[in-house]
Design a protein around this ligand. Structure first.
Ligand code: ATP
Ligand code: MG
Ligand code: FE
Length: 364
């Protein structure tokens, strides 16, 4: 089976070809991503109208390029998978309509893929994970802790009640006069900073629910910056280091609770407590914030302590890409799920855990 994937939900235009051979071996045949970062950075964030136009401009050629690099033609592809949500509606329209047009013209089935499902299933391609596992998605648009039970079976255990974590990094950077995107800039500054200088809040820490909240942290950063303005480079570094420490402590508490809940719900996946497979349960990270080395270190230590395996797919597959969309299409095909009909609509909002109902609704 060979699938062409298309991703246009945010500010990356991407196309990829992924195959699974007769032995069940999977191969990424091509992986083409065009980031629109330069077009948006002057505005300090993604501008939806610019994003949609940039997708229109780039997508056709990117798909050609993906097929060429994979050394296949459209005839050699068994299906098309295109992101149909969640994301910016203009971009979704471009990618999904292109996917529909190709599917129609080439007579191939179309799979409309939830972007979050792509993130959720990537670790099965890269690390061969078996179900169930936990996934922490931390990007510019999402902060969610998701139980992945199976293809099409997801439970959202926690979500942010305000800003996404990447957004908190971006806003903090902006407040401090650092460039966009803020995550890498904050991390770089934090290296030379004193994490103990500011005692920033750790939202929801200690609470039983598994949600996240980051807007109070950003407000505290603004307050601290105002109190000591004008800021020296050392001040900025200290704020960044203290911010990152607060985030790190928050994740430690939130995700730590998530791991405990997983252990309670799936004792059998722990060696010695059930049909011992010897395989440790896994926590997977995805999203651009997964690039942050301090946060990775925190999650790794937490997993070690709790008997979990920490899985961080290569960064280019953690951030937005079309390999994960093609892969999710393959996974769905492999379950025998019917493809989508060509009247499928893009959805700017589409919670992953509503997938089960939605899939049943498709094809009616
Ligand atoms: P989504 O995929 O949810 O629609 P997105 O396109 O913004 O949103 P990604 O491209 O996965 O998401 O990630 C971008 C985010 O990751 C930005 O908010 C950026 O600041 C953050 N980020 C990137 N590198 C780092 C880092 N080293 N530390 C912290 N955050 C980072
Ligand atoms: Mg992006
Ligand atoms: Fe994403």
């Amino acid at each position: 089976l060979r699938i062409l994937g298309i991703e246009t939900s945010c500010d990356e235009t991407a196309a990829a070809v992924v195959e699974r051979d007769a032995e069940g071996q999977s191969n990424v045949l091509s992986d083409v991503v065009l980031s629109q970062l330069d077009e948006h950075s002057a505005y300090g964030g993604v501008v939806p109208e610019i994003a949609a136009r940039a997708h229109v401009e780039a997508l056709d050629e990117l798909i050609e390029e993906a097929l060429k690099r994979a050394n296949v033609s459209l005839n050699d592809v068994d299906a098309i998978a295109a992101t149909s949500g969640p994301g910016l509606i203009g971009g979704l329209l471009v990618g999904l309509m292109t996917g529909k047009a190709i599917a129609r013209a080439a007579g191939k089935p179309l799979y409309a893929i939830n972007h979050l499902e792509g993130h959720a299933l990537t670790a099965r391609l890269t690390d061969g994970l078996s179900f169930p596992y936990l996934m922490l998605l931390v990007s510019g648009g999402h902060t969610q802790l998701i139980l992945v039970r199976g293809v099409g079976q997801y439970e959202r255990w926690g979500t942010t009640i305000d800003d996404a974590l990447g957004e908190a990094f971006d806003k903090t950077a902006k407040l401090l006069g650092l460039p966009y995107p803020g995550g890498p800039a904050v991390e770089r500054m934090a290296r030379d900073g004193n994490p103990a200088r500011f005692d920033f809040p750790r939202p929801l820490v200690g609470e039983a629910r598994l949600d996240f909240s980051f807007s109070g942290l950003k407000t505290a950063v603004r307050q601290a910056a105002q109190d000591i303005a004008p800021l020296s480079d050392q001040d900025v570094a200290d704020i960044c280091a203290s911010f990152q420490k607060a985030v790190s402590r928050t994740l430690k508490d939130r995700i730590g609770r998530g791991l405990l809940r997983f252990k309670t719900e799936f004792p059998a996946t722990f060696p010695g407590t059930g049909p011992a497979t010897g395989e440790k349960p896994a926590l997977v990270v995805a999203g651009g914030v997964a690039a942050n080395l301090e946060l990775r270190g925190t999650l790794q230590a937490l997993c070690d302590k709790n008997g979990f395996r920490f899985v961080a797919p290569p960064l280019h597959l953690c951030t937005d890409n079309a390999v994960m969309i093609a892969w999710a299409g393959l996974e769905r095909m492999a379950t025998g799920a019917a493809p989508d009909t060509l009247d499928v609509q893009p959805r700017s909002r589409w919670p992953l855990d509503s997938n089960a109902e939605t899939l049943i609704g498709f094809g009616k």
